[in-house]
Design a protein around this ligand. Structure first.
Ligand code: NAI
Ligand code: MG
Length: 355
């Protein structure tokens, strides 16, 4: 029995997570799988209840579960707490680190029904279906940082960009394996014309490529990649890149699909993986049944695919989402003239029903 830990968190988290649970239950019913759902506190909700955004009990339940579904955390109410107690810094980052989640998988898939919602011209964005595999626990964000004064009295700040072969290899393998299940193309993005860490990155990925002769490998400089993404996004299948480049490119890729409320993500690499929508707790619309639950529902599909090897179940969710959009149902963020606007819960019910 797959054991799923639910961490609704703050703001719209409490509204969107139950909609993803409906989808998982519908898959369970269709394929005779019984999920066990447990729930724990995280973020501001946890701080309010017990004085810390990542309680010991929550961490223990995370480590014991087979997969984690997170809503979103944070909000203005907790912004002025000391840094170690703020939901993002005190809970989300430590949780990812403690669970060893070194890979962030972010599929940017354009549903045909939402083609008008993309900022790109329909003929350019049509058919876009790519996934960015971002290294999540190395690089600039985790390198040694320092500030110091130099001879002439200037202050200087130093960030260090470090990558080891082992770190590059494990994320690279994941990208090749993912490409094998897709359109068999990996684009490795670096800045090997300038950065030594990128030269190592390119060497390691090139070596790995020989183990995956069935997958087409291309290397691309990050500046070119950022341009190619808006020029012809359909050329990409799997993009693999280091932490900072991935941070920037995933934001760029995400908006091409129409709304932040559509974007699922998976953070994997440890014993247990964490699935969450790419957006935050949206305090401006929380409690109003306006939030788009599809990013969370699509994150549940990723869970089925990546944690439980249930490709059929994942596809059933994705097909249901596509169908509901094709039928013209929209939450407020993706509402277009002539379509039918529905609440968060109604959207969840529709998807579960179509599954
Ligand atoms: P946000 O993603 O929460 O909201 C940005 C805009 O997008 C808002 O107008 C919001 O209404 C809209 N939006 C977001 N998700 C939506 C959905 N599912 N359906 C419809 N509209 C949606 O980002 P913002 O406002 O910068 O941050 C709000 C809080 O969330 C902050 O405390 C921030 O730190 C936190 N946050 C948490 C994340 C996480 O838990 N992983 C990630 C990003 C932000
Ligand atoms: Mg970012």
């Amino acid at each position: 029995m797959p054991d799923v830990l639910l961490l609704p968190g703050d703001g719209i988290g409490a509204e969107i997570v139950p909609e993803a649970v409906k989808a998982l239950k519908a898959v369970g019913k269709r394929y005779q799988i019984r999920f066990r759902f447990r729930e724990a506190l995280i973020g501001g909700a946890a701080y309010d209840a017990c004085g810390h955004p990542l309680p010991e009990e929550t961490l223990r339940l995370c480590e014991e579960s087979d997969a984690i579904l997170l809503g979103a955390i944070g909000g203005p109410k907790w912004d002025n707490l000391p840094v170690e107690l703020r939901p993002e810094m005190g809970a989300l980052l430590p949780l990812r680190k403690k669970l060893g989640l070194y890979a962030n998988i972010r599929p940017a898939l354009l549903f045909p029904a939402l083609i008008e919602a993309s900022p790109l011209k329909p003929e350019i964005v049509s058919g876009m279906d790519l996934v960015v595999v971002r290294e999540l626990t190395g690089g600039l964000y985790f390198g040694t940082k320092k500030r110091e004064f130099v001879d002439n009295g200037d202050e200087q700040a130093i960030d260090t960009l470090v990558y080891r072969t082992g770190e590059i290899e494990r994320i690279g393998r994941l990208a090749f394996q993912m490409a094998r299940k897709r359109r068999k193309k990996v684009t490795s993005v670096d800045k090997a014309n300038v950065l030594e860490s990128s030269r190592l990155w390119r060497d390691v990925i090139t070596g790995l490529g020989r183990e995956y002769p069935d997958v087409q490998l291309e290397h691309m400089y990050v500046d070119n990649c950022s341009m190619q993404l808006v020029r012809r996004p359909t050329q990409f299948d799997v993009i693999v890149t280091e932490n900072t480049f991935g941070d920037i490119l995933t934001d760029e890729a995400s908006i091409l699909t129409g709304s932040i409320g559509m974007l699922a993500s998976a953070s994997i690499g440890g014993k247990v993986a964490l699935y969450e929508p790419a957006h935050g707790s949206a305090p401006d619309i929380a409690g109003q049944q306006k939030a788009n639950p599809l990013a969370t529902i699509l994150s549940a599909a990723l869970m089925l695919r990546l944690s439980f090897g249930m490709e059929e179940g994942a596809q059933a969710i994705e097909a249901a989402v596509r169908q509901v959009l094709d039928e013209g149902y929209r939450t407020a963020d993706i509402m277009q003239p002539g379509k039918r606007q529905v609440t968060t819960a109604a959207m969840g019910d529709l998807v579960a029903d179509r599954i």
